[in-house]
Design a protein around this ligand. Structure first.
Ligand code: ZN
Length: 274
């Protein structure tokens, strides 16, 4: 099992997470500043200086719709190219792998007819033969039960620098919104072979709601409330053969100051491994 803790651009909680980052040699950084294109270089550099064994860093853009792929690619494609260039430079200068995550709300049809696929290809052209990768993450959508099936996008583009960040919390939200029992939802919308081929990492957390109500502060992306509930979610990773992918415990994002919940989640995962 490979677990990358999640920290933020302010280095909150880094001291207590340091042993885990050193053990697994990777970290995901949540950016909160809107002007995070150039500052990404300095922040990644500082992480690498503080924890020299880091081999891989994932960049998560601010958690608002303005940072979804579709918004950035259509309103600010040139700025995205700049972002990619900054990440390419930092990956090269410090000899690390850098992943950039984009959320997307669009479904596959919209990706195709809008030209989003071509815009993604333009970005991917900039990172061939580099150590930079783009990950597209499934988020929940109230538009249709399937939402954007990011695997279709990855499959049709078929580029080894484009992978999927698979979010288990968003899957629960999606199933809850449409009142589909979770095992039926998973069986219908996931394909084991595609999961194994395209997923690079997993955002893993508990979802403390069963009625489709999503509250970022109370129910969304929380530490699993028992070892049993963590084990139930982890079992799905085994069913789809993806338990060997990188796991990022994406919990308690409303408070990066202590990271206590995240340590609890990491410890439960480590217990599961034993
Ligand atoms: Zn996520």
């Amino acid at each position: 099992m490979k677990i990358y803790p999640k920290c933020d651009e302010m280095f909150n909680g880094i001291n207590i997470l340091k042993p885990y980052i050193e053990k697994y040699k990777g970290v995901e950084i949540q950016f909160i500043s809107y002007e995070c294109i150039n500052m990404a270089y300095d922040i990644i550099k500082k992480y690498k200086e503080q924890i020299q064994v880091i081999e891989e860093i994932t960049v998560h853009l601010p958690l608002v719709d303005e940072f979804n792929f579709e918004t950035l690619a259509f309103a600010k494609l040139d700025k995205e190219k700049e972002r990619i260039k900054v990440l390419t430079k930092v990956a090269k200068d410090f000899n690390i792998r850098v992943n950039l995550i984009y959320h997307t709300l669009w479904n596959f049809d919209t990706w195709c007819y809008s030209g989003a696929i071509d815009r993604m290809k333009e970005l991917l052209n900039l990172i061939q033969n580099t150590n930079v990768y783009i990950l597209i993450e499934n988020i929940y959508s109230a538009i249709e039960p399937i939402g954007c099936w990011v695997f279709n996008v990855a499959k049709v583009i078929n580029n080894k620098h484009l992978k999927v960040c698979f979010d288990t919390c968003h899957l629960h939200c999606q199933a809850n919104l449409f009142k589909i029992p979770f095992d039926i939802f998973m069986g219908k919308y996931l394909n084991k072979e595609e999961c194994q081929k395209y997923i690079h990492q997993i955002h893993f957390s508990g979802v403390l709601n069963n009625d489709g109500f999503i509250d970022i502060k109370k129910t969304h992306g929380k530490v699993h409330n028992s070892f049993e509930s963590l084990r139930d979610d982890y079992n799905y990773l085994e069913i789809f053969g993806i338990e060997d992918k990188i796991i990022v415990p994406e919990v308690s994002e409303d408070d990066y100051s202590t990271r206590k919940d995240q340590i609890e989640e990491i410890e439960m995962l480590m217990k599961k491994e034993k």
